[in-house]
Design a protein around this ligand. Structure first.
Ligand code: F3S
Length: 373
């Protein structure tokens, strides 16, 4: 009965947006699970679904919540209670409450498999760096799709819809995390939509790949790019490409994007959530210099937080505050800051809009320096 309810809704949506066609999915990732963003109405929707006895039929993970593991971000009792209602409903539905925006860390999606994911940075990551296929599903649709086992066969679930439409020449050199984010943002702003095919792009590490994926999908509606030599099956994409435009991104374009960082009161890493390697790099840099004079906040997933063991809590002695399962972008805790320095283009986009706090870009080495007066 309850699965039927989800199937009916997904089929109706498929009628409207995909000519009635659906595609079976291997995994799902649901967004809109933070009490801060969905409030009581969202909690009631999830509780209603759970009350029908519905269960997800594929492995399903959840996006970050309003309450962090580690207790760094203080929240009201109302938020605590609301989040607990949401978490309970998700568990009743069979969702794995990993509270991470980087589920690709542990869901190792294979090329040419189908997924119903709803977090834009993660969708862009698996599309671009794994050629695992997901379209940008709204949160409720990803959840209903997880219960039904399928979603509407929209554009990015078809090879035709993944045909590259713009050739983007990248003449910047190996991209660090800030440069990768700026390149993603520039492509997003210049194109807005379509499928970019990047020539000449190389990423120096995992963090730079994440920052590229997050920025591209923040500054545009695009959640897929083909990177020559990097995206699995890129040769096939090049063969079917129909380039309507060609653009170039140079070192000067990237340099123009950089503004004076000024005098931050806080440094922020981990949007998208930092992996173990990034956290260890931050701790290594701080240990070399001694306790940071300005606080450094690092958001990561509960999984990474647990892997770090005692390191996560001990970092507070160095003025490095590692927290998990939530982030500074959506937390009202951020309103207590005046001026944030970060290497995340996604944080630069959202924090001023959501919280009215100034945010400036810095390369990650420079971000660390800024934590020392
Ligand atoms: Fe993740 Fe929060 Fe950024 S959910 S992608 S750290 S906005």
């Amino acid at each position: 009965m309850s699965r039927e309810y989800a199937r009916e809704i997904v089929l109706k949506i498929a009628d409207a947006v995909a000519g009635g066609q659906v595609v079976p999915v291997e995994t799902a990732h649901v967004s809109g699970v933070s009490y801060l963003t969905i409030g009581d109405y969202g909690a009631e929707f999830l509780e209603f679904l759970a009350s029908t006895g519905a269960k997800v039929s594929v492995f399903t993970t959840s996006n970050p919540a309003a309450v962090d593991l580690g207790g760094v971000l203080t929240v009201s009792n109302e938020v605590l209670k609301g989040q607990e209602r949401i978490s309970r409903a998700l568990r009743a539905l069979g969702v794995s409450t990993v509270f991470s925006c980087a589920p690709y860390d542990f869901v190792l999606t294979r090329p040419r498999t189908f997924h119903a994911w709803a977090e834009s940075n993660a969708i862009t990551y698996i599309n671009t760096f794994r050629d695992a296929w997901s379209d940008k599903n709204p949160g409720p649709l990803a959840l209903l799709g997880a219960i039904a086992g399928f979603v509407p066969r929209t554009s990015l679930y078809t090879l035709e819809g993944r045909r590259p439409t713009t050739l983007v020449k990248i003449d910047v050199g190996p991209l660090d995390s800030l440069e990768a984010g700026i390149v993603g943002a520039l492509i997003g702003e210049r194109l807005g939509s379509g499928v970019p095919y990047l020539r000449g792009a190389s990423f120096i590490d995992e963090e730079s790949r994440r920052e590229f994926a997050a920025a591209l999908s923040t500054y545009s509606s695009m959640v897929f790019a083909v990177v020559e030599g990097v995206t699995p099956n890129w040769r096939e994409y090049l063969e079917i490409a129909e380039f309507r435009d060609r653009i170039e991104i140079s070192r000067d374009d990237v340099a123009r994007y950089l503004k004076d960082v000024g005098d931050p009161d806080v440094v922020y890493f981990g949007c998208p959530f930092a992996d173990v390697d990034t956290v260890l790099w931050i701790l290594g840099e701080v240990k070399k210099r001694g306790r940071a004079e300005r606080p450094i906040y690092v958001s990561t997933s509960p999984g990474v937080y647990r892997q770090l063991g005692d390191l996560a809590k001990a970092a507070a002695d160095l003025n490095v505050h590692i927290f998990a399962g939530a982030c500074l972008v959506v937390s009202p805790f951020t309103r207590g800051f005046r001026h944030i320095a970060t290497n995340s283009l996604k944080a630069i986009f959202y924090i001023p809009r959501l919280h009215g706090v100034k945010v400036f870009p810095c390369k990650r080495e420079r971000c660390i320096e800024l934590a020392y007066a």
